[in-house]
Design a protein around this ligand. Structure first.
Ligand SMILES: [Zn+2]
Length: 353
């Protein structure tokens, strides 16, 4: 397999919309077409064979990100969770960030896909395929009216929580070493959210949920269990990573885990330091394949949301990862599954088309 015929990548998580929102919204979205100082844009996507993925709408907390990254460089850390955000405060920000996604679509940078057929057609056309995803359900009201309306607007994936609490459940703090067994499970609102998402065909993202919430979704959802951007806890004992029993449940449900490139979730020592060799990413992929099977592993880069290994700093560098995967012994069929096929398979089962 040569660099020229590497399979396209369809990816489980990026935070580029937050960056565009912070740097001026619609005026900044032009930079997504022409090239920007960041991990993901149209120009770099073409270079790296990045076909698209989940575009997260995330409401920033008033948290000093530089402080967080500095703390996470230490041998152990336990960052306090930011305060919950009220619906009244979350909704306008969600609208503003989602509007950037639709602005990118109107400018021809990407297509917001509502079905797997949409994704396949968009990838085949050479345009970027985007899934409208909400990371942390602060913008959803207890009656779920907002969910119904956002679904009609194109929402197809939701995380009940980013790490801070919502009316639906509790997430994990950025804590190392730690498992995710922290706090209570889903609330009654959370259980109704799961039910309504299943009815609509909205994927529930388990990344960031605590263990009790994970098992509540496992018990109550009829759909495959998906963690869009998380790694193997056995190889990196971080609160954000998945234990072997969680992986077994995901396998049983015919779900998927997307490999997170964030170095703090890859490294054995959990530190947010970027000198991570590609071999460490392959170790997690091997482990996930061993525990989930070849059909239930994908990528979930966290581009523009995390510090990633130097060899894959931006989407333009993605050929480095795929060449390493091929040299590691993954055959053509497995490469295609890991790069995009498994994501399309699980979305077909989750969305129903
Ligand atoms: Zn995340």
């Amino acid at each position: 397999m040569t660099a020229a015929n590497l399979p396209l990548i369809f990816d489980g998580h990026n935070d580029v919309l937050l960056h565009l929102y912070r740097s001026g919204g619609a005026t900044a979205s032009d930079s997504f077409l022409t090239g920007r100082d960041g991990a993901l844009d149209v120009v770099k996507a073409k270079l790296g064979g990045f076909g698209g993925g989940f575009f997260a709408v995330y409401i920033p907390s008033p948290l000093d990100n530089a402080f967080k990254m500095e703390e996470m460089e230490k041998p152990t850390y336990d960052l306090p969770l930011p305060e919950a955000i009220d619906w009244e405060d979350a909704l306008p920000v969600t609208m503003a960030i989602a509007a950037i996604l639709f602005d990118l679509e109107s400018k021809g940078a990407l297509k917001v896909c509502r079905s797997v057929a949409d994704i396949r057609n968009t990838l085949a056309s050479g345009q970027m395929a985007a899934i409208f995803h909400i990371e942390g359900a602060e913008a959803i009201d207890p009656d779920l009216n907002t969910l119904d309306v956002l679904y009609q607007a194109g929402l197809r994936s939701i995380g009940p929580v980013w790490s801070r609490p919502t009316i639906f459940g509790n997430g994990v703090p950025f804590r190392y070493p730690s498992d995710a067994d922290i706090g209570a499970g889903l609330t009654d609102h959370g259980l109704r959210l799961v039910k309504r998402c299943d009815e609509l065909g909205v994927m529930i993202d388990l990344s960031h949920l605590n263990a009790a919430g994970f098992w509540d979704v496992a018990r109550h959802s009829s759909k495959p269990l998906v963690a869009s951007h998380s790694n193997a806890h056995r190889l990196c004992p971080h609160s954000r990573n998945l234990t072997d029993d969680q992986l077994a449940a995901i396998k049983d449900s015919d779900g998927l885990v997307g490999l997170n490139f964030a170095v703090a979730f890859l490294r054995q020592d959990g530190r947010m330091i970027d000198d991570v060799p590609l071999e460490q990413m392959l170790r997690h992929l091997d482990y996930l394949i061993e525990h989930l099977g070849e059909d239930r592993v994908g990528l979930g880069s966290d581009y523009d949301g995390a510090i990633v290994p130097r060899d894959v700093t931006t989407v333009a560098d993605l050929p480095n990862l795929r060449v390493a995967m091929a040299q590691h012994g993954y055959d053509d069929a497995l490469m295609t599954k890991l790069c995009h096929g498994n994501w399309l398979r699980v979305l077909e089962k989750t969305w129903g088309s």
